[in-house]
Design a protein around this ligand. Structure first.
Ligand code: BGP
Length: 480
């Protein structure tokens, strides 16, 4: 469908950028912080660094926020490390950790940058993990208490909250992310119980937010990927539908409608993986209402039907690379997509599909909280980083928001990953996403100096003009 005149971005569109605590802060054991499951990891993929220093934002708050202000950010999405607030997850509060986020939030508000706070981004307190983690219902109560502390402390300064980052990726690819040691089909019964408990925890946090704060808005933040059938075969189409329901809708249906969709429930039941649901759980989830939907988008998935007895390498892959699952689907390479250096497809049109699908299913305003290009950036002799590939990637995705706006979708913000370089979930610091380069490698901490990339100056213009530069004709895939 050709659209000759794309609508402009709404006047108050929230241009932002995202990070998470453990991938940026460092200072992993400073000022009373307790260890998280990420800190407790015993090994890292070969050649990648750990998270002890990351990009040291803990010690660069004023400098980094000043750079975000220069970039022109309207909002900054970051997460709060549960283990800074309550080092063991359910015990005593840590005043120094609480003070750190006051400092960060005050600094953002000083420049008029709206804080967008993720309450939990992969870093469960290790002490809770030792007591059974999300498989233990006590973790639900611990999360509710943690949420209430956040609302009490920061509620007067933070308007928008995100509950749990990518719960679906923790369930489907937690071993790659380092959030769980459970692997393979045998672990799925436990994982889907954890999943259910997280939904209950999320519902409790949403209810507490609305009870404690008058004007606050809160929403979930899953990773959503459109699922394409590999061919026009009706079986492939049904298979794609199944994977939409299990990978994507399961997570938003519980958050928004408080119900398990029929496809996902049939899948769980057939395998004996349905969770134990305690009295009151479903009522609670129905009562909890998000105000908006945040979602992360990187890539689409293409799938084909799988024969009943066909074996498949169902190793977990990662957030955007899934091989398939016995009895459910087979992943197929999409020959229409270019790939990043890390094997993730590049699919801006898939972003439009996702925006439409979420909007038409739930009719809630939406904000994109992650999208970006992980690449090997080079600091050149002129002291710059010429990341034109990132500019092209982001342009193509931003343009799709305008197409979605033309489709009638309500998008109120875009927060690419990432505001500043950080340590990727399992591919080290060499895989960079930021608008700001941080001078370190996986093996050498170097100066940790901050250097504005070319994409920084480009995004600064996008935000200032509330529009893409006219010279970039991204739909055609070319720069004029
Ligand atoms: C998302 C996570 C982020 C982030 C991003 C990029 O799934 O929410 O934490 O890291 O993916 O992934 P990676 O770091 O693996 O390149």
């Amino acid at each position: 469908m050709h659209i000759s005149q794309l609508p402009p971005f709404p006047e108050n569109f929230l241009w932002g950028a995202s990070t998470s605590a453990y991938q940026t802060e460092g200072a992993w054991n400073e000022d009373g912080k307790g260890p998280s499951v990420i800190d407790a990891r015993e090994s890292y993929p070969e050649g990648t660094c750990d998270y002890t220093v990351a990009t040291d934002t803990y010690h660069h708050v004023e400098e980094d926020v000043a750079l975000f202000a220069e970039l022109g950010l309207k909002t900054y999405r970051f997460s709060i490390a549960w283990t800074r607030i309550i080092p063991d997850g359910d015990g005593a509060e840590n005043p120094a950790g609480i003070a750190f986020y006051h400092r960060l939030i005050d600094e953002l508000n000083k420049y008029g940058i709206e804080p967008l706070v993720t309450m939990y981004h992969f870093d469960l307190p290790a002490a809770l993990d030792q007591k059974g983690g999300w498989g233990n219902r006590a973790t639900v109560d611990a999360f509710e208490r943690f949420a209430k502390i956040l609302f009490r402390e920061y509620g007067s300064k933070v308007k928008r909250w995100l509950t749990i980052n990518e719960q679906n990726m923790m369930i489907l690819h937690g071993d790659a992310l380092g959030t769980t040691k459970l692997r393979g089909l045998a672990a799925k019964k436990d994982l889907y119980q954890q999943n259910h408990n997280m939904f209950v925890a999320q519902a409790k946090a949403m209810i507490a937010c609305h009870e404690m704060l008058d004007d606050a808005l809160i929403g979930p933040a899953p990773n959503i990927a459109p699922v394409y059938p590999a061919t026009e075969s009706p079986e492939d189409v049904v298979t794609a539908d199944n994977w939409w329901a299990i990978r994507n809708w399961l997570y938003l249906d519980l958050a928004v409608r408080g119900e398990y969709n029929g496809i996902a429930w049939a899948y769980l039941k057939e395998r004996g993986w349905e969770p134990t649901i305690e009295d009151g759980d479903m009522d609670l989830m129905k009562a909890a209402q998000p105000d908006f939907i945040a979602f992360n988008y990187y890539n689409s998935q293409t799938v084909a039907a799988i024969a009943e007895d066909e074996d498949i390498n169902d190793g977990s892959g990662d957030q955007q690379i899934a091989w398939g699952e016995k009895g459910l689907y087979k992943a197929v390479k999409n020959s229409h997509l270019e790939m990043t250096s890390f094997g993730w497809g590049i699919d801006p049109h898939g972003f439009r599909t996702v925006m439409r699908q979420i909007w038409f299913r739930y009719q809630l305003p939406m904000i994109l909280t992650e999208n970006g290009l992980g690449e090997f950036d080079t600091l050149t002799d002129d002291g710059r980083v010429h990341d034109d590939y990132r500019i092209e990637y982001l342009s193509k995705h931003i343009e799709q928001i305008q197409y979605a706006l033309a489709d009638g979708v309500q998008m109120f913000g875009y927060c690419p990953w990432s505001a500043i370089d950080l340590v990727s979930t399992h591919q080290g610091v060499a895989k960079r996403y930021g608008f700001i380069y941080v001078d370190r490698t996986d093996t050498d901490l170097k100066s940790l100096a901050r250097i504005k990339k070319d994409s920084f100056f480009w995004y600064q213009q996008v935000i200032a003009n509330n529009a893409l530069p006219e010279s970039v004709s991204v739909e055609a895939g070319t720069k004029a």
